[in-house]
Design a protein around this ligand. Structure first.
Ligand SMILES: [Zn+2]
Length: 268
């Protein structure tokens, strides 16, 4: 990763401003003004907001609540748009690939208010993009070459358990090997990170640097560079979601070609 780019990106970038909108209206994605607005979703609403973080009754061993919820949702959508599911079954044309953390508090569709058919999603612990991860690479290849998404968003989040764990010495098992990549990011930016005295601020910065690293790894793939070389419209963005206020912090990182990659990673 280019250190210059990493220092430009993220940092104390200002929080995105709150756009007040109801959950029933669907949106273009903030900061993508150069692209045409996304089509209005043909349904509403998204999952309703509830006061309790966990509605599942521990006695509901058969997960009846979930099946009931699903039935109610399908009924409501069908009532409003009788052909919605039929039309949805015919194709998908998402414009966005989201690469995020598996954390249950950062549901991709919900935080950007997009619905079924609008966002292709890959999530893993701490939104790590590794150049040998066949799962992530397969999602990326399909999204870019078949679906022809126009935006790839790598979205990390503050208070990320994976990033927190990578800062410590406690062992959690197999996952420690996955998180090793974040330790590599730490090592690469060790002097910057260790100059930050407040451990919470240091952790936030590592969240951002991990996003930058993942975004640069996305941009370094043959998949993305070949797309750029053949003139395909494709941007790679780095974002961090703040669980404390629900807002996305757009890190100063959007790649539209391979010019920001270090020379050794450039394929054309
Ligand atoms: Zn996380």
């Amino acid at each position: 990763m280019s250190k210059e780019l990493a220092s430009k990106a993220a940092g104390s970038a200002k929080q995105a401003q709150v756009n007040s909108r109801s959950v029933a209206t669907v949106p273009s994605v903030r900061g993508m003004s150069s692209s045409p607005p996304l089509a209005e979703a043909a349904y509403s609403p998204l999952t309703p907001i509830t006061a309790l973080p966990n509605k599942l009754d521990p006695a509901d061993a058969e997960l009846k609540t979930l099946i009931d919820n699903n039935q109610a949702w399908a009924d409501a959508v069908t009532k409003e748009k009788p052909n919605y599911f039929k039309e949805m079954s015919l194709k998908q044309e998402p414009k966005i690939l989201w690469i995020g953390c598996s954390d249950s508090r950062v549901p991709a569709e919900q935080v950007v208010q997009l619905g079924p058919g609008e966002i292709f999603v890959h999530r893993n612990i701490a939104n790590v993009v590794h150049h040998t991860d066949m799962n992530c690479l397969s999602v990326l290849q399909y999204a870019v070459e078949v679906l022809k998404v126009e935006h790839i968003i790598v979205c990390g989040h503050y208070h990320c358990g994976g990033v927190k764990a990578s800062l410590g010495t406690t062992q959690f098992g197999l996952i420690d090997n996955w998180l090793r990549t974040i330790k590599d990011v730490y090592r690469e930016h060790q002097s910057e990170l260790e100059a930050i005295e407040d451990t919470k601020v240091r952790e936030r910065r590592l969240v951002e640097l991990n996003v930058v690293n993942s975004a640069m790894n996305v941009a370094s793939t043959t998949i993305v560079q070949n797309a750029w070389q053949r003139g395909q419209k494709l941007a790679v963005h780095g974002w961090a979601h703040n669980i404390e206020d629900g807002l996305i912090n757009k890190l100063n990182l959007t790649l539209r070609d391979n010019s920001s990659l270090e020379k050794v990673y450039r394929l054309f």
